[in-house]
Write a protein that binds this ligand. Structure first.
Ligand SMILES: NC(=O)c1ccc[n+]([C@@H]2O[C@H](COP(=O)([O-])OP(=O)(O)OC[C@H]3O[C@@H](n4cnc5c(N)ncnc54)[C@H](O)[C@@H]3O)[C@@H](O)[C@H]2O)c1
Length: 328
């Protein structure tokens, strides 16, 4: 297979990582050029990495670019993703898909019209532990799943929020601990346990200043299966706790912390499986490239990424109104 040729739009903190990964790749992907609304940022990154910078429109018009990585502020994802799809490019979009269900729907409509592949970054799904947990749940290793808990209790300094005008705003970050950091684990638990029917949340801005969004939120939810979920997302946990997922079923239980199994009990035994570490971001890049080359769905689909945003919107509505909310 010939490598897929990429452009990267948005070369801030995470876009630079995409640039470095694409340049390091051999055989799967190639980097052709980059674009950023800040000409200075684009020029500086182009000089540092030895690649070409150009205006966004010129990048999308290039016939030698097959796919675009988009790593711009979250609330701007839809406009650029739709433009890239309409230019005939495949799109690997940073998380979240965008910050509203309406924006996600615009992207999904453009994806369908274009017939191109679109995936949203959710790299933790590509950990071997996540894949194993997913397979174990699907094959009934834990019996009937009754409940799950997820904790993503991290620490983000005030300087982090002050480092970009878009951070911590409803319009462009779309939320705080849940929409920005927590979305990874919302996507994970929906992938593992399926559709959520109802969400109830408490949260607020408890430890930061000069941001609009929540920095702590606690959610309870009920899956369509009847299983219940407790989910905590925070950027106020000084010292960062390991991200933790617990799955409870009538035939087994599992706990992962920082991606590794710390508990795994089923009828077949109680030895937590161990896996060699993998480069999860590269695994997702390879999945995206193979989806293009083999004309198949990527592991993370646009409709799944939309479901994560619908869950988060429901949690925010519940936080504001005090009522239980059904995700759209
Ligand atoms: N997958 C992950 O683990 C992960 C981690 C961090 C951030 N992200 C996501 O990556 C995205 C970017 O985050 P970041 O921390 O790199 O932000 P950043 O502020 O460091 O970088 C954003 C870049 O986009 C550029 N930009 C803004 N508007 C643009 C536009 N309309 N067209 C072109 N360029 C534009 C800015 O000039 C800047 O260089 C966000 O959606 C964020 O949620 C994902």
């Amino acid at each position: 297979m010939t490598p897929v040729r990429f452009g990267v739009i948005g070369v801030g903190i995470i876009g630079r990582q995409h640039v470095a990964r694409l340049l390091a790749d051999n055989g799967t992907a190639e980097l052709v050029a980059i674009a950023d609304s800040s000409e200075d940022a684009a020029r500086a990154v182009a000089a540092e990495y030895g690649t070409e910078a150009m205006p966004l429109g010129s990048l999308l018009a290039r016939a030698d670019v097959d796919a675009i990585v988009i790593a711009i502020p979250s609330g701007l994802h839809a406009d650029v993703a739709v433009a890239a799809l309409e230019a005939g490019k495949h799109v690997l979009l940073e998380k979240p898909i965008d910050v509203t269900v309406e924006a996600a729907d615009r992207i999904i409509a453009a994806e369908r019209r274009s017939g191109r592949v679109l995936s949203v970054v959710s790299q933790r799904r590509f950990l071997p532990e996540s894949q194993f947990l997913h397979r174990s749940i699907r094959s009934g290793v834990f019996g009937s799943i009754t409940s799950a808990t997820v904790e993503i209790a991290l620490w983000r300094t005030q300087e982090y929020y002050d480092s970009g005008a878009w951070r911590g705003t409803w319009a462009l970050d779309g939320g705080g601990a849940l929409m920005n950091q927590g979305v990874h684990m919302v996507d994970m638990i929906l992938w593992l346990l399926g559709e959520v029917e109802e969400v109830h949340a408490y949260g607020g801005l408890l430890a930061h200043e000069n941001i609009e969004v929540e920095d702590t939120i606690s959610i309870t939810a009920r899956f369509a299966s009847g299983a219940v979920l407790t989910f905590l997302a925070s950027t106020t946990a000084f010292g960062d706790l390991p991200i933790r997922v617990a799955i409870m079923g009538d035939g087994g239980t599992a706990v992962t912390a920082a991606g590794k199994f710390e508990h795994f009990v089923s009828a077949q035994g109680s030895e937590p499986p161990e896996f060699a570490s993998r480069d999860m971001e590269r695994e997702q890049l390879v999945d995206f490239v193979e989806a293009i080359q083999c004309d198949r769905e990527p592991l993370v689909t646009s409709s799944q990424a939309r479901a994560a945003v619908a869950f988060i919107e429901a949690a925010y509505e519940s936080m504001r109104t005090g009522r239980a909310v059904r995700p759209r």
